[in-house]
Design a protein around this ligand. Structure first.
Ligand code: CA
Length: 518
């Protein structure tokens, strides 16, 4: 491949090196520019002379100022850039962008499981909700037995998962912020992939009692016990109940109750559903400088296709969009949505401030090695995942989505916590972009992984589902990969396995608990 750099905007004074392995000093680009030093792949080079103190522009956004004179053809890395301060949450443009309405996209369907609450599952899974970490070992044991002894009798059920977590006791359960972990667990139990079959394993003495986790009225009655009117009792196996004599009697109880739900789940069949029933969560992890050039723009294009098809798409990761807050408030559909976005950012600013977190805490060493100098540059590449549609709604952490269109679901950027909160928000599909590479997966919802570079897609050929690196080399366009991803989403939602599912790779649920531990 000829020496190639990628510039994101005509006003940019830096670009990134596209070639695998980077380029050596002395390399001459077709435009005549010569490299003064070696520049690794994905890292920035200066296109013109940049004077000390001048703005360094990528995505037509100031990602820093030069700490010294940077002659054209130099390697521009984080050590010669000063990071700009965070954008204040005042005087922001509110719902100022009036986007051209996106053309409706009709005729795309997938085969999903319809639920009585109107949602649609992409998988048919028995989930066992837990109130407290104390029961995790018992639930694990029972899940293994269910898989080994029962599951083969219920061929239409895809899997059994224990919803285990670190919460439930030893926590300040009445602290105002405790609402976040509690509603997260509640809403995960109601994820569309579990068919409304809620069964709970509780210890008995824990702070998070089953009725507090799932108060009356939260689960539609028809979903609980086959619709018997008035029967709104929760299905709880309580380990401390007197009926339990010895460990095996606990396991027997869990298995007996599991059978009741497996019978009902097994009667369900996939049916043709419009693409508008997709609820897709997007996030990135292990990002590099290509994330914002290849994978994330392709996801953004696919996100627009989903919105055009009437579906729900959510993007998240507060710290990775915080520096682009003005773009987001401008894209809000109305001032209420813009204000909700500012409220979430302000809450998170305060949360970070309490912990004395500085602005260098996000980017990771791997991000910087991949060419991302700081959080401003990372944020610009992250936001493009959201495409161009107006933002129609905002969710606080752990809340459940109730509308179609592009939603901002406020979550930390941590991959596992973001995934956990998006599960609570009600996703039936998860799209994950990565440049450095991560084997990330979820047991509850299929995860489609998109590689930002072809080199990663080749090396991790049995972990990455889509190679967006072809965009950097010119083998494919953003639109090509966006459509490919959109079609793959419909196939995966219909039952096609992702690589993470093939290998049964999944990460633990990790709750966001900003409240104190006691
Ligand atoms: Ca992430």
């Amino acid at each position: 491949m000829d020496p190639l750099f990628i510039r994101m905007h005509a006003a940019d004074n830096v670009a990134i090196v596209a070639n695998d392995g980077g380029l050596p000093a002395g390399t001459v680009f077709p435009c005549g520019l010569q490299l003064r030093e070696q520049v690794p792949q994905g890292h920035k080079l200066s296109l013109v002379d940049i004077a000390a103190g001048a703005a360094v522009l990528r995505y037509n956004v100031m990602i820093g100022t030069a700490l010294r004179d940077i002659p054209a053809g130099s390697w521009v890395h984080e050590r010669i850039l000063r990071m700009p301060p965070a954008r204040a949450l005042t005087q922001l443009p509110m719902a100022t962008v009036k986007p051209v309405p996106l053309m409706p996209l009709a005729g795309h369907t997938f085969e999903g499981y319809r639920n009585t609450d109107g949602s649609v599952g992409s998988r048919n899974i028995l989930a066992i909700t837990t109130t407290v970490q104390c029961v995790a070992g018992v639930v694990d044991f029972a899940v293994q037995r269910i898989k080994a002894e029962l599951l083969s009798r219920y061929p239409n059920v895809d899997d059994v998962v224990g919803l285990e977590h670190s919460y439930g006791c030893g926590v300040a359960i009445d602290a105002p912020d405790a609402i976040i972990p509690i509603r997260t667990l509640r809403n995960i139990s109601l994820n569309p992939n579990f068919g409304g079959e809620v069964m709970i394993v509780s210890l008995g003495c824990e702070k998070l009692q089953p009725e507090r986790l799932l108060p009356p009225g939260v689960i539609p009655i028809t979903d609980q016990r086959g619709g018997a009117p008035g029967d709104d009792k929760l299905d709880v196996v309580c380990l401390q109940d007197e009926e339990h004599i010895g460990f095996m009697s606990m396991i027997d109880s869990v298995m007996r109750q599991a059978k009741v739900h497996l019978e009902r789940l097994n009667m369900r069949r996939r049916e043709t559903c419009p693409a508008s029933e997709l609820v897709v969560g997007v996030q990135c992890g292990g990002s590099d400088a290509f994330s914002g050039v290849t994978a994330n723009p392709a996801v953004g294009f696919a996100s627009d296709l989903l919105v055009r098809a009437g579906a729900t798409v959510m993007f998240s990761e507060v710290t990775e969009v915080r520096d682009g807050i003005d773009q987001l408030t401008a894209r809000a559909i109305n001032t209420e949505v813009a204000e909700a976005m500012i409220r979430e950012m302000a809450w998170y600013d305060l949360y970070l401030e309490k912990g004395q977190v500085d602005r260098s805490a996000n980017t990771t060493p791997g991000n910087r090695k991949g060419g991302l100098s700081n959080i401003v540059e990372k944020a610009m590449g992250s936001i493009v995942k959201s495409g161009t549609a107006p933002i129609v709604g905002v969710l606080a952490p752990g809340e459940k989505v109730r509308q179609k269109g592009l939603i901002y679901a406020a979550t930390p950027a941590s991959d596992f916590i973001c995934g956990t909160l998006q599960l609570a928000a009600g996703i039936n599909l998860h799209v994950f972009t990565t440049g450095r590479g991560t084997p990330y997966g979820l047991a509850q919802v299929p995860v489609i992984k998109v590689a930002t570079r072809s080199d990663l897609a080749r090396r991790w050929h049995d972990l990455m589902d889509v190679d967006a690196g072809r965009i950097a080399t010119g083998e494919a366009t953003i639109e090509d990969v966006g459509w490919e991803l959109f079609r793959l989403m419909l196939e995966v939602a219909s039952g096609k396995k992702t690589w993470a599912e093939h290998w049964k790779l999944h990460n633990a649920l990790v709750l966001f608990n900003p409240a104190p531990i006691t």
